[in-house]
Design a protein around this ligand. Sequence first.
Ligand code: NAP
Length: 336
Amino acid sequence: LTLENHAIVLVKRPQGTPTEDCFALVQVQAPEVQTGQVKLRSRYLSVDPYMRARMNEAAHGGRTPFDIGKPLSGGVVAEVVESNSSDLATGDVVLGMLPWQEYSVTNVKSRQKVNSYGQPLSMALGTLGMPGLTAYFGLLDIGQPKAGETVVISGAAGAVGNVVGQIAKLKECRVVGIAGSDAKTDFLKKELHFDSAINYHTAKDLSKAVADTCPDGLNIYFDNVGGVVSDAVLLHLAQHARIPVCGQISQYNLEKPEMGPRVAPFLLRSHAMMQGFLQSEYSHRFAEALPQLAAWVKEGKLKNVETVADGLAATPAAFIGLFHGKNLGKQVVKVA
Ligand SMILES: NC(=O)c1ccc[n+]([C@@H]2O[C@H](COP(=O)([O-])OP(=O)(O)OC[C@H]3O[C@@H](n4cnc5c(N)ncnc54)[C@H](OP(=O)(O)O)[C@@H]3O)[C@@H](O)[C@H]2O)c1
């Protein structure tokens, strides 16, 4: 079976914000399927902010850098089109860390089969996948929301943020989202029923905007972005506030770390708790979270928000778009 096959490779390491010339669409071979292996056809692939760090020569946090000239990789939902494995059959759909490639040959296992819970497959990369799990554990485990509390979310219209806000509403919290356009803040209020939303690009005084929407301070700050947005929010912590630090996307393209106010006095005065986390540390509890997320989706309590780019060739632009706020909800690429 010879198939035309393409991949997206890293041509050079981005300096600052990634640009299209860092990537190229190339033709690659799909090797023969050896014993124990399967040939996969990529259906949907995920572009994620964390991938930016892997594009640097020295990726931090124990992540291996992507190789120049080699296909990038990440979360991919793929269908088995040829099987030489007793573990998987043609037609099975799996989720794996796979190359940005139309077809690939690997030894994925049956435990990687996607349970789509009757929902579209793309959701396994979003609300019913890694970003949804991040929102679930970051908010519920670290944030510990209680009815009536005020929850502020940065990056609120993104993959993780929109789920955090919707779960916080289910927990009867007052939810304030911070996002980068009026279209996004309108969406959060009208479609996802956030109580308030702030456009951080147009707010004249972001700290005042937060104070105005949170007159009694905020109990939880779910931080996806860091930088000046967090500087403004952290001024308004209520007593015993919790701050799950999920991401710092505003910092990922900087050559030098940005200096900000020292936060320890705010934490001290408000007896607040700030905790960084990675969703992977909760992997032993994914089996508890996914059925709950799926149940909320099925009951219409958790809306799926996603932006779908069309075709493998659109992947670099979809990835770069994350740093320009092009996406609403989870950004995926439909490969086939
Ligand atoms: N801890 C974990 O395990 C974990 C897991 C998944 C993701 N994360 C982190 O969580 C954050 C959100 O990830 P995601 O996958 O849900 O991405 P996302 O929010 O869907 O996409 C990124 C969004 O970030 C916003 N943004 C980009 N540059 C910004 C800047 N300079 N300042 C403020 N906002 C900026 C943009 O929205 P606007 O239009 O609003 O600017 C953009 O849409 C990221 O920091 C990511 O690294 C952490």
